[in-house]
Design a protein around this ligand. Structure first.
Ligand code: FMN
Length: 217
């Protein structure tokens, strides 16, 4: 058996800043991979990669994401506060370089759409831009925010208002979306993009029943 390495609180504290960021950002597991599309009041579009988008509830359909401390301008957050709307666009295997490029700091008048070549798509007039190249997209409305006082980050809560999917990626009987059919990727840490492989779908777990497969019926 391989030797187990142990890192305690002090060892984590003593790590080099970059090392610790990579280490702690990876240790909680694979994360969702999305581009948030926004627009400011002058009409400048903005796009940024976020790995913290998480499901908060299905009814009403709510998502949340963490935005870093607003000690430097955070265009996504500022645009959402100004307009109340944003889009969530899944990153897929064919756009990982462009998606990663959106994390570079840019000024407020530079659009990451122009920098990366990704195409802004306005599905409804006066709304935030979607990424035309993304397969799975959502339009969301800002609902609330909660300060995480321990580190100065913010949990932003959004309501899902519209969902766009390519035909054939979701199960028309039970609603499940097969993300692999849309070549959706996942984020490992802060710089790694992986394409997961579906192993199985399992029936709703009950206390006294064995776990069975949904796919291998
Ligand atoms: C893989 C990856 C994941 C990221 N996830 C987040 C995140 O969840 N929250 C966040 O505030 N910044 C995150 N960032 C950093 C933003 O993408 C970066 O700060 C970007 O410049 C923000 O752009 P904005 O100022 O236009 O909002 C991530 C960066 C990378 C490379």
């Amino acid at each position: 058996m391989r030797k187990i390495l142990h890192f305690d609180k002090d060892a984590i504290e003593e790590m080099d800043k970059r090392f610790r960021a990579n280490f702690i950002n990876s240790v909680t597991g694979y994360k969702s991979a999305n581009l948030l599309g926004t627009i400011d009041q002058e009409g400048v579009t903005n796009l940024a990669v976020f790995s913290s988008i998480t499901h908060l509830g299905s009814h009403p359909p709510l998502i949340g994401f963490i935005t870093r401390p607003t000690v430097v301008p955070r265009h996504t957050y500022a645009n959402i506060k100004a307009t109340g709307i944003f889009t969530v666009n899944h990153i897929h295997a064919k756009i990982i370089e462009e998606a990663h490029q959106t994390s570079a700091r840019s000024d407020a008048v530079t659009s990451e759409f122009a920098v990366t070549g990704l195409t802004p798509k306005f599905i409804k007039k006066g709304k935030a831009p979607f990424v035309a190249e993304a397969h799975i997209k959502m339009a969301c409305r800002y609902v609330n925010e909660y300060p995480i006082k321990e580190n100065g980050t913010l949990l932003v809560v959004g309501a899902i208002e519209d969902i766009y999917l390519p035909e054939g990626v979701h199960d028309t009987e039970d609603g499940w979306i097969d993300l692999s059919k849309a070549r959706g990727v996942t984020i490992n840490g802060l710089d790694s993009y992986a394409e997961p492989q579906l192993l199985d779908r399992l029936q709703y777990a009950k206390p006294d029943a064995p776990i069975t497969s949904i796919l291998k019926k």
